[in-house]
Write a protein that binds this ligand. Structure first.
Ligand code: C2E
Ligand code: MG
Ligand code: MG
Ligand code: MG
Length: 283
């Protein structure tokens, strides 16, 4: 039977595995189609300082494919990475992010914000990564000093010298870098200071257990101490409760991001909520 279905058909005996493989294939097809037809949208989550001032935002990718229902990035980013589709997808996200920044530059309420975008290690690995980022900035007219690229600790599994070289090249053009999900990967502390980073993001898994869990508290404290020593900005991710916020503020965390303060919303909604167009005229 398997033979009759042709060479390219893989058959598993376990129906669960078969279903998973089918979904994987359907998703990959969907992803390819989505990239071709540009069926992705950018959402954006605000970041605040401890005084409650909006200081920046993070771009988060959403797919609005209908075929398989709403697929969150947790599922499709992994697939985009294993299939290599993250490179064209990431290029699209980067260009769109730069377009947003260029638009924000014309709005006095949005012009000062830093906009962060997640960059996969596979994008960074592209030999012409630096040129691609600079081209996106040039094409859109976005200000490089407002663009922040979020990397994860997976960069430490790469050729760190090569990674550092690309980061320095972009740094020279005022693009800044943030280390996302900090504490969950394999950071080498000696490497940490070799990368030109502006910021660490405390992973949500540590924030989640604050303030009750003593271990989480100790880890967050250690990260804040490390960041102070290395002169890095810190953002806590996934702040959901007032108690978490209070702990973070009391322990010297300067920037906060999370559902308590603002959920990711479509860019247009963000602009309506925070830009000049959406504001009541001052009387
Ligand atoms: P991340 O970069 O660490 O982004 C933060 C994630 O935490 C987002 O999930 C955000 O919606 C979620 N989040 C923010 N505040 C809270 C909170 O208070 N509570 C909870 N429970 N969650 C919160 P999202 O949008 O599902 O993205 C998941 C991951 O997918 C991102 O994690 C990032 O690693 C990846 N990702 C998203 N967009 C892109 C992209 O354009 N390119 C790449 N390479 N990766 C992306
Ligand atoms: Mg991120
Ligand atoms: Mg993160
Ligand atoms: Mg995360």
């Amino acid at each position: 039977r398997a033979k009759a279905e042709g060479r390219n058909t893989v058959r598993f005996f376990d129906p669960g595995m078969q279903a998973a493989a089918d979904r994987q294939i359907a998703l990959e097809h969907d992803l390819r189609e989505g990239i071709r037809r540009q069926r992705f949208e950018l959402h954006c989550q605000p970041q605040f300082d401890v005084a409650g001032r909006l200081v920046g935002a993070e771009v988060l990718l959403r797919s609005n494919h209908t075929g398989l229902g709403l697929v969150g990035p947790a599922e499709f980013i992994g697939l985009a990475e294993t299939s290599g589709l993250i490179v064209p997808l990431g290029a699209m996200v980067l260009l769109e992010t730069c377009r947003v920044l260029a638009r924000w530059a014309r709005d006095p309420r949005l012009a000062c914000l830093t906009l962060a975008v997640n960059v996969s290690v596979q994008q960074l690995r592209q030999p012409d990564f630096v040129e691609r980022v600079l081209a996106a900035l040039l094409e859109t007219g976005a200000a490089p000093d407002k663009l922040r690229l979020e990397l994860t600790e997976s960069v430490f599994a790469e050729d760190v010298e090569a990674v550092a070289g690309k980061m320095h090249a972009l740094r020279a053009h005022a693009v800044s870098f943030s280390l996302d999900d900090f504490g969950t990967g394999y950071s080498s502390l000696s490497y940490l200071k070799r990368l030109p980073l502006a910021e660490l993001k405390i992973d949500r898994s540590f924030v989640k257990d604050l303030p009750e869990d003593a271990n989480a508290g100790a880890i967050v404290d250690a990260i804040l101490g490390l960041a102070r020593t290395l002169n890095l900005q810190v953002v806590a991710e996934g702040v959901e409760t007032q108690a978490q916020r209070d702990f973070l503020v009391a322990h010297g965390c300067a920037l906060l991001q999370g559902y308590l303060l603002g959920r990711p919303v479509p860019i247009e909604a963000f602009e309506r909520d925070w830009g000049s167009a959406g504001q009541e005229p001052v009387r």
